[in-house]
Design a protein around this ligand. Structure first.
Ligand code: ACO
Length: 401
């Protein structure tokens, strides 16, 4: 038979790096993070300054175009998004047929892919102008889809957009306006949403972004590439962690609030339980986004006059874990999702919607990375492998097996 080890020699040197822990997949100008120092920059600007001073629309522009917009550029970008602030009525029929119990991330991924059918011109894009146009379409339509998946879980009629509002307010109204009720924008809530979306906007080559790049590297259209990113984000080891964190905090609360017991479970190698919202592939120091979100969670609970036992438990968990040798040795700190769910909960957003909110925030990052990859002409993504399966053997007829 063929000696596979010889074949392997002929293919040259292959880097085997499971999980791509130390393999660069591209050269990027968008986001820089220093995992040891716990620092994050969008296009060179520190996340702390961006979170404090900017707004989500401006951050989307910054990520997509590389520079902060001047007033004219900002207005024109915002107006372009408003131009596409509607969705074909046929899309409503698609959402109608999903069961109400469907997980919103599955619905969102399907609807995002379905957008392709209604925007065929945005599929085969090659020039920068065509890419920017597809990006603006995507940004406008995706906020509808996120709002509508929420309405679906609640059994509420679907709302259209309101162009008198900014992007985040428009999303908020589409998602939360009740039928036949006056609607007021609560600035505290919109500010909190804005901050959360900004903090999630990009994070270099994370799992969902790498997925968008990988799918897009075959020159698949933007909408289909983003749909794949939504699916990747859904997983509990990635964006799904925000839902898993709240479920974990609720579990601990129901179990009498015995934080130490769960820290011990997380350390037990015979138990698959992990402290959700702890640890990060790259941050080996505090996740800078977690610091900002922790403060925002405190602020919003105070502003809305909410006392949340989950926040107390989260803070206790953080205290206990950060003093524990197991977590210290492995450099496991709270990540961005440890506190984001507490804010979403305070805003009345159901747990299953948390990852959809993450997707809305991550969208400009996904699009910017897709655009960068296409403009730089990165080749199709196609990793190698090390084969360990059977040697060559002859086929045996089913009757003789
Ligand atoms: N609880 C307990 N132990 C943990 C945790 C945790 N949350 N995270 C990592 N560890 C341990 C591992 O068991 C391993 O221990 P060992 O060396 O004794 O075997 C060590 O720390 C290293 O962990 P890995 O899984 O090898 O680290 P990796 O970089 O592959 O995983 C990940 C990172 C997926 C984030 C992991 O820390 C985890 O599962 N965390 C919980 C889920 C979570 O919060 N995900 C959100 C990530 S942020 C985001 O996507 C926005």
């Amino acid at each position: 038979g063929i000696d596979i080890s010889k074949l392997r020699d002929q293919t040259g040197l292959i880097t085997l790096d499971l999980g791509y822990k130390n393999t660069g997949a591209t050269i990027s100008d968008i986001t820089y993070l220093d995992g040891d120092k716990g620092e994050l920059f969008y296009r060179g600007y520190p996340i702390e300054q961006i979170a404090e001073k900017s707004n989500f629309t401006e951050v989307m522009y910054l990520l997509l175009h590389g520079e902060l917009p001047n007033q004219d550029q900002y207005t024109s970008f915002e107006n372009n998004i408003k131009k596409y602030n509607f969705i074909a009525d046929e899309m409503k029929k698609i959402i109608d047929v999903f069961p109400r119990s469907a997980h919103p991330m599955g619905v969102l991924s399907s609807l995002t892919s379905a957008l392709t059918a209604f925007n065929p011109k945005a599929v085969n894009v090659n020039s920068k102008e065509e890419m920017d146009h597809a990006a603006e379409l995507m940004i406008a339509k995706f906020s509808h889809l996120c709002a509508w998946t929420y309405r679906k879980t609640q059994g509420l009629p679907l709302n259209h957009g309101d162009n008198n509002l900014n992007y985040v307010e428009n999303f908020y109204k589409m998602a939360f306006r009740l039928p036949n009720a006056d609607f007021e924008i609560d600035p505290v809530v919109v500010d909190a949403l804005d901050k959360l979306l900004i903090l999630h906007a990009d994070h270099e080559q994370n799992c969902s972004t790498s997925t968008v790049r990988m799918v897009g590297s075959a020159h698949t259209g933007l909408f289909a590439s983003i749909s794949a990113g939504v699916s990747a984000l859904w997983g509990p080891l990635h964006g799904g962690a925000n839902q898993a964190v709240i479920e974990m905090l609720e579990l601990i609360e129901k179990d009498g609030g015995d934080v130490a017991k769960y820290v011990a479970k997380a350390k037990d190698k015979n138990d698959s339980f992990r402290l959700m919202g702890f640890g990060h592939r790259v941050y080996k120091n505090f996740d800078p986004r977690a610091k900002i979100i922790k403060k925002a969670a405190d602020d919003i609970l105070t502003a809305l006059g909410i006392q949340d036992k989950a926040l107390d438990i989260a803070m206790q968990l953080e205290r206990v874990a950060l003093e524990d040798e197991y977590f210290v040795e492995r450099k496991l700190y709270p990540n961005v999702d440890f506190y984001s769910g507490i804010i979403y909960r305070a805003l009345g957003i159901p747990t299953e919607m948390f990852t959809v909110m993450f997707a809305l925030g991550r969208l400009p990052g996904w699009i910017s990375q897709w655009k960068e990859m296409r403009l730089k002409g990165d080749p199709i993504g196609r990793p190698r492998q090390v084969y360990q399966g059977a040697q060559k053997r002859d086929y045996i007829d089913i009757a003789n097996r």
